[in-house]
Design a binder for this molecule. Structure first.
Ligand code: GAL
Length: 415
């Protein structure tokens, strides 16, 4: 805890440095390029612009941020890091370890972030006792998005377990529609795998395999069963899935070409952006068998250090991000839920209210787990090695037994 005296001294230093600093634009590297994501980003841009801070946009397309992180590495290597960067989980820790991130403790202390940001997020927002990133949201990956008209027409209720889910998929397939809208990109395959592993093995298994990287769990029959289920899912995907962007898969559900998409709640941003309403046009429910669990990822903005003090524009961005009114306005559009526990749910739709309630319940009951697919279970080197195995299996290169063996090896090599 910072003493009042040191807080005051810190504030004075910040005030001095901010008044001396010339008004600068904030340059923001991010991967929010889909319609729904761009609409949410606009809320942030406008907030900053209303404070007289210009926005230099540095978008790097590619869901999940893999490409964005490659571009970031190149920028830092060439000595020209952006001011602020959208980042996930262990990527923040990795950059903090390198000493590249600005210290946000003065702002965090002034604004009481310690008291309002959930502990599961603080684990990634802070490094070595210092706040190094400003959390903007909490997403989660174990969701299914469904076209309500198709489900009504075929008499399908939201499935509660794996068998009911397969029966529903079969019904859709028999009707001639695509059962599962999917984009064949490694991070999307892995997003489904998050939920499938949770549903197949339960939360303790998920913890052991993805977070503790326990070899026995990784090499188990349960993991083989999870891969078998991925093969079942693969059989309900249309022929053109390969390489498709996630938001184009969401559009298939929006347009009534497909019944379901398994995707994080950023998908809701696409439905809303298309003027669709929850419970009228689309349904949101937890992946069957994971009703009590939440596999989360949180977008945070890390500020790259430009000198001993955090920049004026960086401080303004961090403050804007953590403001309760912004957290509500932004997350309503993005599909995520607030990264503060004290934001009212009034402005949120039914899926958003469910997301907020699920998160609280999961956190209180020990059912909140970091998403492997989105960098909150293990560092990028391991995550990417897992991606390779999951994708090779999804595309039929490996059978389930080989995939299990490859998963164990991938973790052994990269641990
Ligand atoms: C996630 C990110 C979300 C969303 C998604 C698809 O990694 O946390 O905010 O943007 O990728 O791009």
């Amino acid at each position: 805890m910072m003493s009042l005296k040191s807080l005051k001294l810190g504030l004075a230093a910040l005030a001095m440095s901010t008044s001396l600093a010339s008004a600068a634009d904030v340059e923001v590297l991010h991967w929010w390029t889909s319609g729904g994501e761009a609409a949410a980003l606009n809320v942030l841009k406008q907030d900053l612009e209303s404070q007289g801070i210009g926005w230099q946009d540095m978008p790097v397309a590619g869901g999940g941020g893999t490409q964005a992180m490659t571009v970031l590495r190149a920028r830092v290597t060439s000595g020209n890091p952006p001011t602020a960067v959208q980042m996930l989980g262990f990527d923040i820790t990795d950059w903090a370890k390198e000493g590249a991130l600005a210290d946000l403790n003065i702002i965090a202390g002034m604004e009481g972030w310690d008291d309002v940001v959930p502990a599961a997020l603080q684990k990634f927002s802070k490094y070595d006792g210092k706040w190094v990133a400003a959390p903007v949201n909490v997403h989660s990956t174990n969701w299914v998005w469904a076209n309500k008209a198709i489900l009504d027409e075929l008499g399908i209720e939201p499935p509660q377990n794996w068998d009911e889910f397969v029966a529903a998929l079969e019904k859709v397939k028999a009707s001639g529609k695509t059962a599962i809208a999917h984009g064949g990109q490694a991070w999307q395959d892995a997003t489904i795998f998050d939920a499938v592993v949770m549903a197949t093995g339960g939360p303790e298994f998920y913890q052991k395999a993805f977070i503790d990287l326990d070899e026995e769990a990784l090499g188990s029959d349960t993991m083989k069963e999870a891969f078998d289920r991925m093969a079942v899912i693969r059989s309900y995907v249309d022929d053109n899935f390969s390489g498709r962007d996630w938001n184009l898969a969401t559009a298939m559900v929006i347009n009534g070409d497909a019944a379901f998409q398994m995707m994080g709640d950023w998908a809701k941003g696409e439905f809303l952006n298309a003027g669709k309403k929850p419970d009228e046009d689309f349904l949101c429910f937890r992946f069957p068998g994971t009703q009590d669990q939440v596999t989360f990822n949180a977008d945070q903005f890390a500020m790259f250090a430009q000198g001993p003090e955090v920049g004026k524009e960086q401080a303004a961005l961090a403050t804007a991000i953590l403001s309760p009114s912004f957290q509500s306005a932004f997350n309503v559009v993005k599909g995520s839920v607030p990264a503060r526990t004290d934001v009212p749910n009034d402005a949120f739709d039914a899926c958003g209210k469910k997301g907020m309630a699920d998160l609280k319940k999961a956190a209180d009951s020990g059912n909140l787990y970091g998403s492997m697919a989105h960098g909150h279970a293990n560092p990028a080197a391991i995550k990417n090695a897992m991606y390779d195995v999951i994708t090779a299996h999804f595309n039929g290169e490996y059978d389930s037994e080989t995939a299990v063996a490859e998963l164990v090896t991938a973790v052994q090599i990269n641990k």
